[in-house]
Design a protein around this ligand. Structure first.
Ligand code: NAD
Length: 488
């Protein structure tokens, strides 16, 4: 099989966008972006350094008073216009997702609409959230709150799922009246630039959305910049800890959307075929490189063998390959380094006798040998304390565990340092609610996965972070109430 040639024309001209200026010179050097399905360079992109970060923060600060003073209905209309433009460019943006991170086309085509939905939802709040009147004593007095934007928000995003990751933060931040410095990593620099350019085209004033792709050095410069009023970080727990530490210097408020090790808790009374289908779907989308991937599969003893057999059979037949073909279910992982890291964890676990390798575990060769392709990998009878279970592997690797009672299942589900999401499969309504209440997770999905929509609060607990995107809670992350008391 020859890989479909990469449609480079969908990529924006590589640049940093600071204010209205497209910058191709930068102090952080250059980075050769690689298409993960072939391991070959696509284009070379400029990488921002501390000086471009400083310029971007200044541009965002200069634009902040004007954007804050923009009438809420005008802000609403501008966000709706940006959503419209994203939908108008859906074909190009969907293809761009595939070129950027090699997510298969059949999933990538849906992502522009997901991004547009976040913008549309938050645009609706722009002219509605207005603070509250507070009952006070001693009377007579009038006490009310004003919801005010923070000012400049640093939005640091990871390389995986760039369009949703950006839209779910950009939309509430802008709707609440903040300006933004978007910082994607050089691994995936294109979506942030494309969205920032569309924002300008939509009529959002220069400086309100800036895009500077940088590595860790630029990220650290942004987090430590005294001109940043709020940090929204999406990424790994390890980097999140560094961000939180660095933010302490200026006491900058932080919101952290971190990784997870989410569990599927499958009870014997569940629709087992449906449960297996959902486990599989969650694993193949983006090759397990999703924060909400349910990679710990906990199955009640009576159903364990059936679930293992069904999953293994189906996963062996998943079409892994060319992300640009509509028939492909699973593409490569992001890089050579990710390939080695993921296979290394699997090998160590099996060699230590901590698990039984049921399927997968070896890099795919032949026609896929130049890309970073791994097969879906299943490990059974695994020690729940092993690194593979306790760390986020961020690849197509499932571990299967057996439990007896409801309490055992719940205990096992909560036995990690993470707390992002959990999936429950049962036909017992009372049990569904009991288990949902007992799970330590920001989100629990019961008998289905509707995706992460704009109207629901999404975020983690423990090492999965704090703060929320989506819903009213997501809007509140980006404004702070000022209290006003007036003697009457
Ligand atoms: P990462 O932590 O390596 O990097 C995330 C971002 O932080 C990148 O832009 C990176 O350049 C930047 N960065 C690195 N060092 C920095 C520093 N010292 N200061 C400031 N910024 C710095 O994560 P990744 O590998 O890009 O992404 C994968 C991780 O993101 C996984 O853990 C995944 O679960 C998580 N994730 C979480 C969510 C969520 O909503 N909870 C969504 C997507 C991804």
């Amino acid at each position: 099989m020859t890989m479909t040639s990469v449609p480079l024309q969908v990529l924006p001209e590589p640049a940093l966008l600071i204010g209205a200026q497209r910058r191709t010179d930068s102090s952080g050097g250059e980075y050769d972006h690689v298409y993960a399905a072939t391991g070959r360079r696509t284009v070379t992109v400029p990488v921002g350094g501390p000086s471009e970060i400083d310029e971007a923060v200044r541009a965002a600060a200069a634009a902040a008073p004007g954007w804050r003073a923009t009438a809420p209905d005008r802000r609403r209309d501008l966000l709706l216009e940006l959503a419209r433009r994203i939908v108008d460019h859906a074909e190009r943006l969907g293809m761009l997702q595939t070129v950027e991170t090699a997510v298969p086309r059949r999933f990538a085509t849906r992502l522009p609409q997901v991004a547009a939905d976040f913008l549309t939802y938050c645009a609706g709040w722009a002219d509605k959230d207005a603070g509250e009147v507070v009952r006070t004593w001693p009377a007579p007095a009038l006490d009310y709150t004003l919801d005010e934007p923070y000012g400049v928000v640093a939005v640091i995003v990871p390389w995986n799922a760039p369009l949703p990751s950006i839209a779910q933060v950009l939309a509430p931040a802008l709707a609440a009246g903040n300006t933004v410095v978007l910082k994607p990593p050089p691994l995936a620099p294109f979506t942030a630039l494309a969205v920032a350019e569309l924002a300008l085209d939509a009529g959002i004033p220069p400086g309100v959305v800036n895009a500077v792709a940088t590595g860790p050095e630029g990220g650290a410069a942004l987090v430590g910049h005294a001109g940043v009023d709020k940090i929204h970080f999406t990424g790994s727990a390890a980097t999140g800890q560094r961000v939180l530490g660095a933010a302490a210097a200026n006491l900058t408020p932080v919101c952290l959307e971190l990784g997870g090790k989410s569990a599927h808790v499958i009870f014997a009374d569940a629709d087992l075929r449906m449960a297996a289908r959902q486990v599989l779907a969650g694993l193949v989308v983006n090759s397990g490189q999703m924060c909400v991937s349910g990679t710990r599969v906990l199955v009640q003893a009576a159903a364990y063998d059936e679930v293992l057999a069904t999953l293994t059979k189906r996963l062996r037949h998943v079409s892994v390959g060319d992300p640009l073909l509509d028939a492909t279910l699973m593409g490569p992982v992001i890089s050579e380094e990710a390939c080695r890291r993921i296979l290394g964890v699997v090998e160590r676990t099996v060699t230590a006798g901590e698990a039984r390798l049921v399927t997968g575990g070896e890099r795919l060769g032949g026609e896929l040998g130049e890309g970073y392709f791994l097969p879906p990998t299943v490990l059974a009878d695994i020690d729940h304390g092993s690194d593979l279970v306790q760390q986020e592997v961020f690849g197509p690797v499932l571990s299967l565990h057996r439990f007896d009672t409801e309490q055992d299942g719940l205990r096992l589900a909560n036995a990690t340092r993470y707390g992002l999401a959990a999936y429950v499969h049962t036909t017992d309504l009372r049990r569904a609610h009991r288990v949902a209440a007992g799970l330590v997770a920001g989100t629990v999905w019961v008998n289905g996965f509707p995706g992460v929509g704009p109207a629901v609060p999404f975020g983690g607990t423990r090492h999965s972070g704090f703060g929320r995107v989506g819903g009213r809670a997501g809007m509140r992350e980006f404004s702070r109430p000022k209290n006003v008391w007036v003697s009457l």
